[in-house]
Design a binder for this molecule. Structure first.
Ligand SMILES: [Zn+2]
Length: 256
């Protein structure tokens, strides 16, 4: 039963990610997210239902359009895979509970923010508001029903905002230009609602480490220029996600 439900949760996550993929592709171009149905970017071939199954269609089509055989790009495949795996891990950690549902909602909005920032280097205000709403709901549930103390979260929000404002001022002075978008600051501030200070610091550290390593690799392989602006939200989401799932393990290891 648990395995069956796990498969269902994975499918649900990948379907959401697939829909987010459409949003990321169309909203920046001011196109409708409902119509027309998905097509090949190269030849305009309208995708059949079996070419639209998250994760599997890409594998089944070997990453190519069935009509013109052009490469269809791997972003959506990996994005859908991450969407599926992330919900599955949350389900395995929290079980079938209200907390699981609320954490899943937070995680899905983070997935959309990360993907959108990765592709367009912008964060939509509506996504930040949605994330804020989901985090407030999770906080209320934890404080009222799971008896979490509220003080650490208030401290987290203050810590997050002060830290990032300082970082922004320093980075702007050093690089002499806008280095971090304000979306990053709002994102960290909002996540202060669901992480205790120590967890928040760990998440930012993981994000900075992941961001530095991946940016250096991109520069090394010629995909990025040193002065390119970094989309930091995807890395922040990686950090937050790692702490959501493995936070207690990290903290246990560090405090040993
Ligand atoms: Zn095609």
């Amino acid at each position: 039963m648990k395995v069956l439900f796990g498969i269902y949760v994975f499918a649900l996550g990948s379907i959401f990610a697939s829909f987010f993929g459409v949003i990321i592709d169309r909203v920046p171009r001011n196109l409708s997210i409902v119509k027309p149905s998905s097509r090949c970017d190269h030849c305009g071939h309208e995708l059949n239902w079996y070419e639209n199954i998250p994760v599997f269609s890409y594998l089944f089509l070997k990453g190519r359009c069935s009509k013109c055989h052009e490469n269809i790009g791997s972003f959506n495949f990996f994005y859908e895979l991450i969407g599926g795996i992330s919900l599955l891990l949350i389900y395995l950690k929290f079980g079938l509970t209200i907390e699981c549902l609320l954490v899943s909602l937070v995680s899905l909005v983070m997935l959309l923010i990360a993907g959108y920032d990765y592709k367009t280097h912008t964060v939509l205000n509506v996504c930040l508001w949605a994330l804020f709403g989901c985090c407030v709901l999770l906080l209320i549930y934890r404080v009222c029903f799971l008896k979490y103390p509220i003080t650490p979260y208030i401290f987290s929000i203050l810590l997050a905002v002060i830290f990032f404002l300082l970082l922004k001022v320093i980075m702007n002075k050093v690089l002499n230009k806008e280095s971090l978008g304000s979306g990053d600051i709002y994102l960290v501030g909002i996540m202060g609602l669901v992480f205790e200070p120590f967890e928040l610091i760990l998440a930012i550290l993981i994000a900075s480490l992941a961001g530095s390593i991946i940016s250096l690799l991109k520069i090394k392989f010629g995909k990025n220029q040193r002065e390119d602006e970094i989309a930091f939200c995807p890395y922040l989401c990686i950090g937050f996600y790692m702490i959501f799932i493995f936070g207690d393990i990290f903290i246990r290891l560090l405090l040993r």
